[in-house]
Design a protein around this ligand. Structure first.
Ligand code: ADP
Ligand code: ASP
Ligand code: MG
Length: 406
């Protein structure tokens, strides 16, 4: 008898039939002799619809109210699923994030889990309940509801699995596991049997939304093995774990892409000490996640400073920088957002030297122009025009042998 944490994503709960399918899977797991905690996302595109509704009411919805609103999506699915399970003859109880003891920091819309006070979860398990928890939400020190950022139910699931010391954490989604690249844009992508925490973390940070990156961070810290699999069949999926040295994925494990990228350029920045600190000091006050920074070569004691971040954050950054631009005597601040980021990820990069040149040649061969480049120990990312993104991913998948042979 084990304790199993399962997470079901929005597409797995999109309508009545799918909710009943998930209920059956959970009941099956329970009847196999396990205790079950299931974490749920909002049904289908509910979160997007709620965001749209808020924007129709207010141009910049207050973040506290936004979190209150978005948290309702998960609360609908948790209640419906608990009802479905009870109708199948099993004991079940639904809990919101705060009721499940998920405590977060204060940042509305991208809160981090600080602690899971698991007493209530343990009590309900002792009473033989199947527990359904609303994902993506917690409570801050002021007892206000917070949300964990898009895709945050993955993080709720891993945090709960760690807190109750679960034997297994299964993430059920709408694809069969983690693939070498997004199977929706490269249908012949290879399914990975295993992937290491470090590689999965990079893939997730760089845009592979199959797992929210914070869930991978937590899984690594608490050594939770995560099994990503489909809720529509019983195939084995992908195990995300520490050591994958027995199973080789090749030099490059995967490719991530991200359309939610904007470039912010501050033109005509005076070339003197303290200017970059002033610009990025202002940005850091907004808790914006900067991805790449490039400073152009200096001409006539001026240069341009460009950085990338998400499209929503770029607008916030531009507003904040208008004031700084005047103060430091720079020319202007301009956003470009018809861009995408394409990244290759693989631990093999640490021991192979020609990866960057192979990547750039493959992109050139596919007619893809590179706007910006950044590298880390196990990744190389490039910014390209968004309508070249698919060609870029496909060319790189071919170059690095990431396609199924069939
Ligand atoms: P859920 O609603 O179950 O949380 P998501 O839409 O958040 O599902 O994540 C699953 C999606 O992630 C897939 O439908 C797929 O398009 C996308 N995805 C991106 N990169 C990958 C990858 N490398 N492997 C698998 N899926 C990926
Ligand atoms: N419903 C939230 C979202 O759409 C959280 C999640 O699905 O994990 O981002
Ligand atoms: Mg998701």
């Amino acid at each position: 008898m084990g304790l199993i944490v399962q997470k079901y994503g929005g597409s797995s709960l999109a309508d009545k039939e799918r909710i009943l399918n998930v209920a059956r899977r959970i009941v099956e797991t329970k009847r196999d002799g396990n205790k079950v905690i299931a974490i749920v996302s909002a049904m289908g595109k509910t979160t997007d619809k709620l965001i749209q509704m808020a924007r129709e009411i207010s141009e910049v919805p207050p973040k506290r109210e936004m979190d209150r609103l978005l948290s309702t999506g998960e609360q609908i699915s948790m209640s419906l699923l608990a009802m479905a399970i009870q109708a199948m003859g099993e004991k079940a109880i639904s809990l919101s994030g705060p009721q499940a003891g998920i405590m977060t920091d204060a940042y509305h819309s991208k809160a981090r889990i600080k602690n899971v006070a698991a007493d209530r979860l343990k009590k309900e398990l002792e009473e033989d309940n199947i527990i359904i928890v609303a994902g993506f939400q917690g409570e801050n020190a002021d007892y206000d509801i917070t949300t964990l950022g898009r895709g945050g139910s993955d993080t709720s699931a891993v945090a709960i699995a760690a807190a109750v010391d679960a034997d297994l954490c299964e993430i059920f989604t709408d694809v069969d596991g983690v693939y070498s690249c997004d199977p929706r844009i490269v249908p012949k992508a290879k399914k990975l049997k295993v992937v290491s925490y470090d590689e999965m973390l990079e893939l997730a940070i760089l845009g592979a939304k199959v797992l929210q990156h914070r869930s991978v961070e937590l899984a690594k810290t608490h050594k939770v093995a995560v099994h990503v699999r489909s809720s529509f069949n019983h195939n084995l999926g992908t195990v995300v774990k520490e050591d994958t040295s027995m199973e080789h994925n090749g030099i490059i494990t995967g490719i991530a892409h991200d359309f939610n990228v904007a470039k912010v350029v501050v033109f005509g920045v005076p070339d003197k000490p303290g200017i970059a600190a002033r610009i990025f000091g202002e940005i850091s006050k907004l808790d914006i996640n900067i991805q790449m920074i490039v400073q152009s070569a200096q001409t006539e004691n001026m240069n341009d400073i460009a950085f990338t971040c998400s499209i929503e954050e770029a607008k916030e950054a531009q507003d904040a920088l208008e004031k700084v631009v005047k103060e430091i005597g720079a020319r202007s601040v301009v956003i470009t957002d018809n861009l995408a980021k394409v990244s290759i990820v693989g631990a093999g990069m640490m021991t192979h030297t020609n990866i960057a040149s192979r990547m750039f040649s493959a992109l050139a061969g596919a007619g893809v122009n590179i706007d910006m480049i950044s590298t880390s120990e196990i990744t190389i990312s490039v910014i390209v025009e968004s309508d070249k993104c698919q060609d870029a991913v496909q060319a790189l998948a071919k170059e690095f042998d990431l396609l199924e042979n069939k």
